[in-house]
Design a protein around this ligand. Structure first.
Ligand code: NOJ
Length: 545
């Protein structure tokens, strides 16, 4: 299989960028309150330049009650005091641009915080008012309307509806503090165009669009049909590490409605008015690669997260299938793919691959393979340190998923474990995360000192050193769009995925036995090679030239 990237004269930066996700609460804390902030991020930008990334995507830092750690926005055009000020944001942007790093910010258009002025006005104005029509308020069912308007569940657990004192219900596909907007109301689209322009005028290079597939719901708001014997879940679940294929054809009247694409056509036009290849990337947990591709048609968004790579099981066949189906799906719309293994919503990939030495070996191997693929690669803070998911003690957990389900018969641990603040230096918490001495907002485990940036910078065999080598090699050898071919007849056995990208042969050994390495110069390997560099051990990947 081969896949051609579009022949183009001008290639936008994001088509082949390495984009590093910063989760601001947990990256770097300049003021010492135990929560990361914008000044902290700015101070660590040289680290990101040295790591070799092209851009940062920063999770939300807007005014927010922090019920979902910033994904509950009460003012889209201001910075939460926890993170700093608009001036700090300007400094961050200017510093990043001086260092040659693009900045992508997170836009949350599906819902606001219940503390947003519009929602407060809606509560005050009462049923039938234009203020309520910006959200999805409905009367309930059953006697006195005491039952929710339909059977939808929140992604975070429990009903997707909450009742207000006058008896009406409002829809929240996430936490009850995150009411969903009614995107059929033109006021909502107009407001978000202003928000886009506010940040574009300040100089951001792009937007990661939260819940991009969720803005429109089927207009009837009918019940979701759940086949007998199946457990109903809150739609496209970000924690469920299941193959997308298993979700195919689930009835989802709350997700992926055709009308949503009009919004992205409008945003495309807005971005086109600005210089410098501004971009959008959709967070759309759609059911198939084909539905993902609809978000990146020519006149819509620039990119869509390709979660199939992250969901693939540890096998050469599974990875090959994802590569093939991704390129097949994108071929018709002429878009380039994205690749991602970790983010702030999923279990860190070292842990997903079994944890410990084997999990780390597999994580590094999957990363090296990903970095060889055409398209852009998204990294999540801390993966370059080989961090594992942390088992956060119950009393310290803060994720609304946990808070909403802990007292039910199906408790979900939530996502705190991938959000623990980064260890920068030293041998005890907060490991240089901030100037304070105590534990930050989520406790860091004992023994993280050996994983700190400081410790790993001193060790050429560290995961950090490996990431730096791999990113440097990618920049030098694979600096732009290209093609990839899956090599079928490589003779190394079915556990080995073999790819050809330009001058490189990329081998990933998903088995447990070593295989002989073909001729060629080793450019970079994810771990130690065997037999004087003539063998590729299990759980290891290599680029050969
Ligand atoms: C997806 C975000 O990545 C996640 O962190 C958030 O909780 C939900 N959307 C709701 O905004």
């Amino acid at each position: 299989m081969s896949a051609m990237a579009l022949e183009q004269t001008h290639v936008e930066w994001w088509r082949h960028a390495v984009i590093y996700q910063v989760y601001p609460r947990s990256f770097a804390d300049a003021d010492g309150d135990g929560v990361g902030d914008l000044a902290g991020i700015t101070s660590r930008l040289p680290y990101l330049r040295d790591l070799g990334v092209d851009a940062v995507w920063i999770s939300p830092f807007y005014r927010s009650p922090q019920k979902d750690h910033g994904y509950d926005v009460s003012d889209y055009c201001d910075i939460d005091p926890l993170f700093g000020t608009l001036e700090d944001a300007d400094t961050l942007l200017a510093t990043a641009h001086d260092l040659g790093i693009k900045v992508v910010v997170d836009l949350v258009p599906n819902h606001s915080s219940d503390q947003h002025a519009w929602f407060q006005e809606a509560l005050a104005a009462g049923p039938g008012s234009p203020e309520r029509a910006r959200y999805l308020f409905r009367d309930g069912r059953g006697e006195d309307g005491a039952e929710p308007p339909n059977n939808w569940l929140s992604v975070f657990g429990g009903s997707a509806w909450d009742r207000v004192p006058d008896g009406q219900w409002y829809l929240h596909l996430f936490d009850s503090s995150q009411p969903d907007f009614d995107w059929r109301n033109p006021e909502v689209g107009d407001m978000f165009e202003e928000v886009l322009r506010f940040w574009l005028d300040r100089g951001v290079d792009g937007f990661r669009v939260d819940v991009a597939h969720g803005l429109f719901k089927e207009e009837s708001l009918r019940d979701q049909v759940v086949p007998e014997g199946e457990r109903q879940r809150g739609g496209a679940d970000v924690n469920e590490q299941k193959s997308m294929v298993e979700r195919t054809h689930r009835d989802e009247p709350m997700w992926d409605q055709p009308e949503v694409h009009e919004v992205y056509r409008r945003w495309h036009k807005v971005l086109e008015e600005y210089d410098g290849d501004r971009m959008t990337v959709a967070e759309a947990w759609t059911q198939t690669p084909e539905s993902m591709a609809r978000f990146v048609r020519d006149d819509e968004m620039s990119q869509s997260f390709n979660f199939t790579w992250l969901l693939a099981s540890w096998s050469a066949t599974a990875f090959a299938d994802v590569i093939t189906s991704t390129f097949e799906a994108l071929q018709d719309v002429h878009a380039d793919p994205t690749w991602v293994l970790s983010n702030h919503d999923v279990v860190r990939h070292v842990t997903r691959y079994g944890g410990g030495a084997q999990g780390l070996a597999r994580a590094r191997a999957a990363t090296l393979t990903m970095l060889a693929l055409p398209g852009s690669a998204y990294l999540y803070q801390g993966e370059e340190l080989g961090l594992e998911q942390v088992d956060v003690p119950e009393d310290d957990r803060t994720d609304p998923t946990w808070l909403r389900t802990r007292d039910t018969d199906a408790p979900e641990i939530g996502r705190d474990g991938c959000r623990v603040p980064i260890p920068w230096s030293g041998s005890e918490p907060p490991y240089g995360f901030g100037p304070g001495t105590g534990q930050p907002w989520l406790p860091q485990p004992a023994g993280w000192g050996s994983l700190s940036v400081e410790a790993q910078e001193a060790d050429p065999a560290s995961t950090l050193a490996f990431y730096r080598r791999a990113l440097a090699a990618r920049r030098t050898l694979l600096g732009g769009p290209g093609t990839v071919e899956i090599l079928g007849d490589h003779g190394l056995g079915e556990d080995v995925l073999a790819l050809r990208r330009g001058d490189l042969t990329v081998l990933l050994n998903c088995g447990s036995s070593p295989v002989p390495l073909p001729e060629g110069e080793v450019v970079v390997a994810s771990g130690e090679l065997g037999a004087g560099d003539r063998e590729l051990p299990g759980d290891t990947a290599v680029w050969l030239r």
